[in-house]
Design a protein around this ligand. Sequence first.
Ligand code: DSN
Length: 422
Amino acid sequence: MAMNASSHPHRRTLADSDPALFELVQREESRQEDNLELIASENIASLAVRQAMETVFTDKYAEGYPGKRYYGGCEVVDEVEKLAIERLCQLYGCEAANVQPHSGASANMAVYFTFLEPGDTLMAMNLAHGGHLTHGSPVNFSGKLYKIAAYGVDPETELIDYDEMHRIAVESKPKIIVSGATAYSREFDFKRIKEIADEVGALHMCDMSHYSGLIAAGEYPDPVPHCQVVTSTTHKSIRGPRGGMILGTAEAIKQINKTVFPGLQGGPLCHVIAAKAVAFGEALRPEFKTYAQQIKKNAAALAAALTQEGFRIVSGGTDSHMMLVDLRPFGVTGKLAQEVLEHANITTNKNAIPNDPESPFVTSGVRLGTPAVTTRGMVEADMAFIARAIATVLRNHSDEGTLNKVKAEVTELCRRYPIHKF
Ligand code: DSN
């Protein structure tokens, strides 16, 4: 007997077809709904971005680039990828782009594989001062394949020491200087870094992953005019789907394209590229600028309120969406803070502060960021509440009654700013 369309196994909903997985989705939705997301690298993608990710583009193989594919049937995905590239170039005013990298790490890998040979010198920010794993960690391919020359922050000001960067660059003669970081809340002087790179014959690459939404909105210094290449994730402050992207001069992207495919990746994730196109379209709208401005206002308000509560903010404040909080005045480690804050529905990540006396697994700090809570609609007054909640939890971390009380207040705040359950 022929099946009708709704009884065909392929037409069953997730809830009907796989209740176990569906229940996990529901649990995660509830967790996101009732928790304050302060991890600086996370955000909440729009419904439109998520809908693009669940489209039929997930089924399509499209090795190659628009107009030059290795499979048939690519006429529609060609238009999707061209749309994503066109919007991305408009957003950042760049000559060319590659939207295929599966992640920020693979975007960085593509740039290094294009312009470096194993054993060459790569200069990037010291991981202990805010650099990323792919900026030369000894446990990452970058630290294993290349000689690493690290620059960092001045011990007093906790701001990047550009004179020292210049000295290290002249001494180590890197082939690439990477700007950008994963835990540096202040502005980078991209012009100065380009001057240093030019002097030593290095390529300047910015990994703008953290700052990409602010940069798109003109709320953080623009690296594009000062770099041959700029890489990024697509899911942090730019608020797209999880993934990566590379922008650059036409000449640089021509070379990088060959490294991304066929050098490193096979078929691109066409459904994710579709969602990237949607996110870039959203970021081109005027309301995205208002959003980026509010991210910064919220970060400044949170840093000021935490200072009032007795915390020390590394470098004394923030120029972006994030801050590093030195917890030593409260006598707690980053590890303990992350655990007890989670008990009160406040999600953070422990993070080393510059010259941290604790190990990277324990740390003396937490990193906080405002992109996700700003997407929910929270404003400066909510940041004052959040600072008080964090201080109350850390002052009373072994008092379960206080933790539960703060948890109830945090849940109440979250429910005033719903995400999925409108
Ligand atoms: N995991 C990211 C962050 O939290 O900054 C970096 O890739």
